[in-house]
Design a protein around this ligand. Structure first.
Ligand SMILES: Cc1ncc(COP(=O)(O)O)c(C=O)c1O
Length: 391
């Protein structure tokens, strides 16, 4: 008898993947340019040319395809520390970083390191759907705080009702997938003050896990760097979006010295990664990014896309949450059931993701990390869709 839970995870695709697969099939039928596929957060901007050059240069190394040490290459870890210290005026050292296979593996290793049986992890809707899978697979229970639908910041009244003695960690994601909202400094201060009070009240650590694959994708707003606000903050980062390298599977866990018993927490992350088989992240990528740790892709195109789609849809009468970062737009469905709305959009070959799995009803997510043409050519289709509701 095989593991039923894993069988279910492996056979029941996420709705995003399901729509994406449908899109592929539809593109083959009617041509790529006629399908407006806004499903996946797959960066459309290429990785910087310096990354490709660094990959080629590092291919010359004798150890280009060898294992690095389990925790990651020291030079790479040092380059990350230097870059963050410069940008955020922090004081990290190479040994605060554990190199991972992107944010997914960073999150799984962190959760596995922290969680004991029956402990709870809180997150805030709307949230990245995989948090449920990641938390439950590590033996925890994901508790979702309903959204503050006015601002899409944190619904603090609901949060204080959910936090309890079993709460071991809180996951935040800002800039947010799927809302595009960036948590303000006020939100981070309020959140971390509550966590500090609750740590005292319950007499144990409550870790703040900051999932930051979109940290560098922000449009004129500051993304507060959480380790400056809270001692028990752990950062899970990925180069999938900022350097457009999702297929290379590379990121890190940052465990600052300020974390209580930080050496043991770091060791537990390393142990968890070992137990999950996630050690020795891809070497060539570590060597290449070490040479250009201060770079990002040319992210301006996402801001242009944001402006095009946000203004375009608003002009047509759609209600949208204005994104300050990431590359997602959260749009109010034109009927109560977001799934029904998604199906109507399909008739116009517009592919969007209904919001239910993100923990909020009545919205759809548009991933606008697509070409400008896709956005421009989709607007007349969105207009037809709107007209259908006005009939
Ligand atoms: C919020 C969030 N967290 C984590 C991930 C996983 O990222 P990675 O590709 O680095 O594993 C994603 C990917 O889309 C994401 O949007």
């Amino acid at each position: 008898m095989i593991n039923e839970k894993m069988l279910k995870l492996g056979t029941k695709r996420s709705i995003i993947r399901e729509i994406f697969e449908y899109g592929k099939q539809r593109k083959a039928e009617i041509g790529e340019e006629n399908v407006f596929d806004f499903t996946l957060g797959n960066p459309s901007i290429p990785a910087p040319k310096e990354i490709n050059e660094a990959v080629i240069k590092n291919l010359e190394r004798k150890d280009a395809h060898g294992y690095t040490s389990a925790v990651g290459d020291n030079k790479f870890r040092e380059a990350i520390a230097n870059d963050l210290n410069k940008r955020f005026n922090t004081n990290f050292k190479f040994n605060n970083f554990f190199i991972t296979y992107g944010a997914a593996s960073a999150l799984c290793s962190t959760l596995r390191a922290l969680l004991n049986k029956n402990e709870e992890v809180i997150t805030f809707a709307p949230f990245f759907t995989e948090y449920t899978v990641f938390t439950e697979a590590q033996g925890g229970k994901l508790v979702v705080v309903p959204a503050d639908k006015k601002s899409f910041q944190i619904n603090f009244n609901a949060f204080v009702k959910k936090i309890n003695k079993k709460t071991k960690a809180v996951i935040i994601n800002s800039p947010n997938n799927p809302s595009g909202v960036v948590y303000s400094e006020e939100t981070i201060i309020k959140l971390t003050n509550i966590l500090k009070d609750k740590e005292k009240e319950f007499g144990h650590e409550i870790y703040l896990i900051s999932d930051e694959p979109y940290r560098e994708i922000a449009y004129g707003v500051t993304v507060p760097f959480v380790t400056k606000y809270y001692h028990n903050a752990i950062v899970c980062y990925s180069y999938s979006k900022s350097l457009s390298l999702p297929g290379e599977r590379i990121g890190y866990v940052l465990v600052p010295d300020e974390v209580t018993d930080s050496k043991n927490v770091y060791a537990a992350v390393a142990g968890a990664a070992r137990a999950l088989g996630h050690v020795c992240a891809p070497s060539l990528m570590q060597f290449a990014i070490a040479d250009c740790a201060n770079l990002t892709s040319d992210l301006k195109a996402y801001e242009e896309n944001r402006n095009l789609i946000y203004k375009g849809l608003k002009k047509l009468g759609y209600k949208c949450v204005k994104p300050d970062g990431a590359f997602y737009l959260f749009v109010k469905a034109l009927e109560k059931d977001a799934y029904e709305f998604y199906k109507k959009a399909l008739k116009y070959d517009i592919l969007v993701v209904p919001s239910d799995d993100f923990g909020v009803k009545g919205y759809v997510r548009i991933a606008y990390c697509v070409s400008k043409e896709t956005i421009i050519n989709s607007l007349p289709k969105f207009e037809l869709l709107m007209k259908e509701y006005k009939k």
